[in-house]
Ligand binder design. Sequence first.
Ligand SMILES: Cc1ncc(COP(=O)(O)O)c(C=O)c1O
Length: 373
Amino acid sequence: MADTAEFIKDLCTPAFVVDIDVVRRNAETMLERFQQLGVQLRPHMKTHKTLECADIMTGGSRRCIAVSTLAEASFYADHGYDDVLYAYPLPFDKVERCARLSERLALFHVLLDNKLALQQLTRRPLQRGKVWRVWMKLDCDNGRAGVLHSTQDALQLARDISETTGVELTGIYAHCGNTYGCKGKEQITAIAQETTTNILQFMERLKAIGIQGPKSSIGSTPSCSHPVPDMAMLSEVHPGNYVFYDVQQSLIGSCRLEDIAVRVVTRVIGHYPHRNQLLVDCGWAALSQDGGGRLPTGYAIIEGHAELKLTSMTQEHGRVEPLSGALDYSQFPLGSTLYLIPHHACATAMMHQVYNVHSKGKIVNTWKVFRGW
Ligand SMILES: Cc1ncc(COP(=O)(O)O)c(C=O)c1O
């Protein structure tokens, strides 16, 4: 049920809050950055999974997005979105649903990295004169999904896709998730450069065997926050987290703390001087366990209280203690609120059904979140 509070401090807690001014600034910065580079931004929806935030990220066009679940794809299609890339290795149980979306939308794209997936598509020819639009996932040393960029197998799969009737090789998709191991801009740009070089070299190898048409796309939030000039030679980029950012991104060097748009509002529910701790009503069910409590301040940063640490959580409780010295309980009366800046916004957002959207603390909207696979 929607909360009727006027200000975020009065919300029933724990509550996920989104600063609309910061969201708009993050989205506009990314749109402008890639407009200037002459590269199409295909924002990824996985972080927020809402219609309102998608509209902000696409600048209102409702075109050209990436999603990580088919449920998201259907949700956006149902709300007038088109040019949707299901950027996840094609699951065989979902071919029929992908076929229907391909037949329904002007542009629906699937992604694959193996020949069996390609065979699955050929067993379900599309109606209405449509062809399957396929992006091949290339592993440019990220080490998750994809065919390894330097191999003959990668070239062969691209050739197989482009020679298959009823299928078009629309693009090559690499995700530089290895930027998440970086510390600082220099390391991020080094990986952005490596990934860009690898995919562009692969595109050259495709040309050499007569495959000219496919687009190229890379992008994680760190690499797209600090793009290298060569990224101007790509067709597209596909970051997603940047719209919220989080503590992890600030530690990597993708953003400043003031660029983080989201918080979990929590209330002090207990004082325990005998163990120098207080208790808050945010456990892992509202924050997630992402980060494993390894931040110097534990599972999150407590806004405005660098001296505090969220040391541990159970499902609905969080224990807070000072980094050193004795806790001054008069600063944190029972019932007062604290604002937790999450380690990983995608994980924390996933714990909530409704986002409380505010401008300078005043609630201006609530966004309903879409879930499912
Ligand atoms: C395949 C794929 N594309 C794009 C993204 C978006 O990257 P980021 O979360 O760094 O913005 C992700 C994120 O996990 C992803 O897995």
